[in-house]
Design a protein. Structure first.
Length: 408
């Protein structure tokens, strides 16, 4: 079912997105903070990411991720995956001259974005009070780990810790043994939520004329992701059942076909008869064990055995066609390998080739038809001279700063 992507990179002007003209100053690391900047850059914002002189972002040199060895091109892909579309500034923010550049950038920016912890932010004069003192209209956006208050507020936290502490490793597992889905999902979700918070902060600034603090954390974001199971447990005392095919209701589950898997979802009573007919099992509608949802719940294993035996007899494509034609909610259970060449994914431009030849998701949502910039990641320090030129520094001043080690 998998085919190669056959489309060419879409030619777009990266400066014509809905956030064109918005200036973002980013001091981030790893995945969470960069993803927030990635969202804004994909929407056309001018995002300037500061990397320390002599210490480039660690994501530029990762050699392995979730069991995949990364060569030089693999490391370039990983950095680009969360940092494309930004301008790169290599600056020693701890030096007096570097501090002045940092202050000038803060003064002209609409957003300051970070996921550093408080100690690191105070060390470089990038804490909330210092930044707002320079620019009271700036939206100060901070991503965190286990929250900003309480005994764990200053604990280090990355994707593993966020998934563990939030209960997601437990909730996503079909057994009592924790499950750890790969791909820094907690970081990606938290960064996306932080970008949404930034947009809300900008709307508030438009209304009030004031900047302010917006923030989220891995714990907050992962609880949001689990708002139904956590809310049910906390509110009515019931825990949603783990997805174990043998124990779940057969009316919304996944089944092996002759060559793969298909998922079905009959969540309303009126959906059961057409499903039964499409499967050639309409005689079961007369069986008192399966006459209504309540009876089915009691006899779910018996019904599941009918489904199993029947669905195994045809291919996924055959079942998908016949079930869809009958109005049954269903879908093939795609493997990751199926997605890069999937017709529906490509038709919506949910995966696209970028300028550097890498393939990825251009943006998490659309705005007035805008589906994300198709850009690349900057080399370390690539835009240093350009950014300083924007601040009005002369070529001679820039060269003097480079000689002093303030910039790279």
């Amino acid at each position: 079912m998998t085919t190669d992507i056959a489309v060419e990179p879409t030619q777009r002007n990266d400066r014509t997105g809905p956030l064109t003209g918005l200036r973002v100053l980013e001091v981030t690391k790893y995945v969470q903070g960069p993803v927030a900047g990635l969202v804004l850059a994909s929407l056309g914002a001018d995002v300037v990411k500061i990397e320390q002189v002599g210490r480039q972002d660690a994501m530029r040199s990762v050699t392995m991720m979730h069991g995949v060895d990364l060569d030089e091109r693999g490391a370039a892909w990983l950095y680009a995956a969360v940092n494309r579309g930004k301008r790169a500034l290599a600056l020693d923010v701890t030096s007096p001259a570097g501090q002045q550049v940092f202050h000038d950038l803060v003064a002209r920016s609409d957003v300051f974005l970070t996921n550093l912890r408080s100690k690191g932010l105070f060390a470089i004069g990038a804490d909330l009070d210092s930044v707002l003192a320079i620019n009271p209209r700036i939206v100060y956006a901070q991503g965190g780990g286990l929250g900003f208050e309480g005994p764990l507020a200053n604990d280090p936290c990355q994707d593993t810790i966020g998934m563990a502490y939030s209960g997601f490793m437990d909730n996503s597992s079909p057994t009592e043994e924790p499950n750890y889905p790969p791909g820094s999902m907690s970081d990606v979700l938290t960064g996306t939520n932080l970008a949404s918070a930034i947009l809300a902060g900008l709307v508030q600034r438009q209304l009030t004329g004031r900047g302010g603090l917006v923030r989220t954390s891995q714990l907050q974001s992962m609880l949001w992701l689990q708002l139904l199971p956590v809310g049910m447990l906390a509110s009515v005392g019931g825990r949603m059942a783990r997805f174990v095919r043998e124990d779940t209701t057969p009316l919304y589950s996944a089944y092996p076909t002759a060559d793969g898997w298909i998922a079905i979802a009959a969540i309303h009573a009126h959906q059961w008869p057409p499903l039964a007919a499409a499967l050639g099992l309409d005689h079961l509608l007369e069986d008192p064990r399966f006459s209504n949802f309540e009876a089915i719940d009691v006899n779910k294993k018996a019904l599941a055995s009918y489904f199993e035996e029947t669905i195994r007899q045809r291919s996924t494509a055959q079942w998908w066609a016949s079930l869809r034609a009958a109005g049954v909610w269903c879908a093939p259970v795609n493997r990751l390998e199926d997605l890069p060449g999937d017709e529906q994914v490509l038709a919506n431009e949910y995966l696209v080739p970028f300028e550097d030849g890498f393939v990825g998701t251009p943006t998490p949502f659309e705005v007035d038809g805008w589906q994300g910039a198709r850009s690349r990641a900057a080399a370390y320090g690539e835009h240093t001279d350009e950014v300083l030129g924007d601040l009005g520094l002369s070529h001679e001043e820039i060269m003097a700063m480079r000689a002093a080690g303030t910039i790279w």
